[in-house]
Design a protein around this ligand. Structure first.
Ligand code: MN
Length: 333
């Protein structure tokens, strides 16, 4: 019997509203859907009981995926984002000592995304944004990534507001997923989520975005979507070839990864992987998370509470880093 680390803070924790609920339906077998559905629609009941039982003091909640990012009409995307954010704010208000929020954003229109993020941070007290990968804009088969020039004013606004941006996975569109043809088992959390999100993060780093916005903070889930394991190779392939890197960024990719990124343990409850992430990015940039309701809170907490790391690192990753990053009360612990 291992002891529970009390006061954990978890930040990749999802809910759904009616308009986005069915986006999550395909991710579990039909006979598990009633359970997942009820988990997604619940904030104050079973979720809170599990938090109490497993030492999770606070969850920073976010909308399910792909949700707003999969609504090609920018006005409709804005409408659904606002509704989700208002619903979340009302739930947080019932238990502000247990719940905080990440904004859903209509990235289809960078100006609307800036306005909604400002509203969520300044008026609703949200702690940042969580966005589900690329956005479909105008037509269902478009996929727009946020390293593009039209998003740089948005990134400047995120930096100005001094809140983190959580880049959360979604599946590639069928038209862009030929590599998975005949192997649907590779979609979702098995592989495609990580691949999709890792490449998006690399696009941000290679674009020079963090030269322009050096204080911008991006959070990746799932222990970094595979990036810690590949970090050395990204900057050192063909090292005998003395040529400058072909990306626009001024420094090696690993520099940005270590200066501008935080990683969470969401959905990746493996000590070997955690230790690799700690060696690459440091225990100060890792954060406990579960990925409820797609993963179990007990699976996350039972693993983390007993993982073979120092108690000092467990406290940092489980609580202190999040208090500092999100400027939560108790941040001087
Ligand atoms: Mn998730």
């Amino acid at each position: 019997m291992t002891s529970i680390l009390p006061g954990k803070i978890a930040l990749e924790e999802h809910f759904a509203i009616d308009e986005t609920l069915m986006d999550s339906a395909g991710f579990v077998p039909d006979d598990h859907w009633p359970e997942l559905r009820s988990r997604l629609l619940d904030i104050q009941d079973k979720r809170l009981r599990l938090m109490d039982r497993h030492g999770v003091e606070r969850m920073i909640l976010s909308l399910n995926a792909p949700a707003v990012q999969a609504i090609p009409d920018p006005r409709r995307a804005d409408e659904v984002a606002r509704r989700a954010n208002d619903t979340l704010a009302a739930e947080i208000a019932k238990r502000p000592e247990r719940f905080s929020g990440f904004a859903a954003l209509p990235m289809q229109d960078p100006d609307r995304a800036i306005r909604e993020l400002e509203r969520c941070v300044r008026e609703l007290g949200f702690k940042g944004a969580l966005v589900n990968g690329f956005s479909q804009i105008g037509s269902a088969d478009s996929a727009v990534y946020y390293d593009l020039a039209q998003y740089w004013p948005f990134w400047r606004a995120v930096e100005r507001l001094d809140v983190p941006f959580y880049l959360h996975p979604r599946n590639p569109l069928p038209a862009h997923a030929q590599i998975y043809d005949g192997h649907p088992w590779l979609l979702g959390p098995t592989w495609a989520f990580g691949q999709e999100t890792a490449v998006h993060a690399l696009r941000l780093m290679g674009s020079g975005l963090f030269d322009a916005c050096p204080r911008l903070t991006i959070i990746l889930g799932h222990m970094g979507e595979g990036l810690p394991y590949s970090l050395w190779r990204i900057d050192n392939r063909n090292a005998w070839v003395k040529a400058p890197p072909r990306h626009k960024a001024k420094r090696p990719i690993a520099d940005y990864f270590r200066a501008n990124f935080f990683l969470t343990t969401s959905g990746n409850f493996r000590t070997q992987t955690l230790i690799d992430a700690m060696l690459e990015i440091g225990a100060d940039r890792l954060l406990f998370s579960t990925d409820w309701p797609f993963e179990n809170i007990d699976h996350a907490a039972d693993w983390f509470d007993a993982a073979s790391i120092s108690e000092r690192d467990r406290l940092k990753i489980g609580r202190l880093n999040a208090l500092r990053l999100f400027k939560l009360a108790g941040g001087t612990d």
